[in-house]
Design a binder for this molecule. Structure first.
Ligand code: AMP
Length: 205
C-alpha cells in the first residue's frame, strides 16, 4: 500500500503520516527529514539543499527524485510506504507515477491563518528530529531524547509565509491532479491531534 500525505506546511502531515505508518506497519518517508539529515551530515546534497530550505523554497526536483529512488528500494518499503511532503510538484508526481502505484492520497486541509498560528508554536528536536507543539509539550525537552527543542530555521514567521506561497503556487495544484485520478481523500485538519487522526483513519479505511 502506497499512500501520499498532501497538505500545506504545518497541517499535521508528519504527525499523522507517522501514526498511520505505525498502524499499518509501513515506513513514513519524509523528504524534509531526509534533507535535514543531509544538511546535518554536511553532505554535498545537504549543502546544495540548505539554501533552498532556509529560504522556504523547494529543492530541485532531480535532487528529491534521486533521494526517493534510492530510499524506496530499501527492504522496509517492500510492503509500501507513506510519503510525507513528497511529491510537492507536478513533475515529482509524474515521476513517482512511473516508479510505483499510488493507492490513496490523503489531503489535510487547513486555512493559512490556522497554519501561521500553528507554526508559531511548532518545535523540533535538533538531535532526533521529533516535532511537537508548545501546547502539547510539558517543558522544553524532547520526549524521545530529552534534548532542548528548538524552532526550526524554516519555521520562522517570514520563511513560513514564503513556504505558504510556494505551497499555493507549486503543490496545491496536486489536489486537482490526484482528484482527477480518483485517489484524493480530503480531511479537515482543524482540532486536536486525536480528533484529526480519527478522521484520517476513517478516510483511509
Ligand atoms: P518539510 O519538512 O516537508 O516541511 O520540508 C522542509 C523543506 O525541505 C521544504 O520547505 C523544502 O525546502 C524542502 N523539501 C522537502 N520536501 C521537498 C520536496 N518534495 N520537493 C522540494 N523540496 C522539498
Amino acid at each position: 500500500m502506497n499512500i501520499i500525505f498532501l497538505g500545506p506546511p504545518g497541517s499535521g502531515k508528519g504527525t499523522h503520516a507517522e501514526r498511520c505508518g505505525q498502524t499499518m506497519g509501513i515506513p513514513r518517508l519524509s523528504t524534509g527529514d531526509m534533507l535535514r539529515e543531509q544538511v546535518k551530515q554536511q553532505t554535498k546534497l545537504g549543502l546544495e539543499a540548505k539554501a533552498y530550505m532556509e529560504a522556504g523554497q523547494l529543492v530541485p526536483d532531480e535532487v528529491i527524485l534521486g533521494m526517493i529512488r534510492e530510499r524506496i528500494i530499501a527492504p522496509d518499503c517492500a510492503n509500501g510506504c507513506i510519503f510525507d511532503g513528497f511529491p510537492r510538484t507536478e513533475p515529482q508526481a509524474e515521476a513517482l507515477a512511473g516508479i510505483l502505484t499510488i493507492d490513496a492520497v490523503l489531503n489535510l486541509a487547513l486555512s493559512d491563518e490556522a497554519i501561521v498560528d500553528r507554526m508559531k508554536g511548532r518545535r523540533c528536536c535538533p538531535d532526533c528530529g521529533h516535532t511537537s507543539h508548545t501546547s502539547w509539550m510539558n517543558g522544553e525537552n524532547c520526549v524521545q531524547c530529552s534534548k532542548t527543542m528548538i524552532i526550526r530555521s524554516d519555521d520562522m514567521p517570514e520563511t513560513v509565509l514564503n513556504r505558504l506561497q510556494v505551497y499555493h503556487a507549486q503543490t496545491k495544484p496536486l489536489i486537482a491532479y490526484y482528484e482527477r485520478q480518483g485517489l484524493l481523500r480530503t480531511v479537515d485538519s482543524t482540532g486536536d491531534v486525536s480528533m484529526v487522526f480519527e478522521r484520517v483513519r476513517e478516510a483511509l479505511s
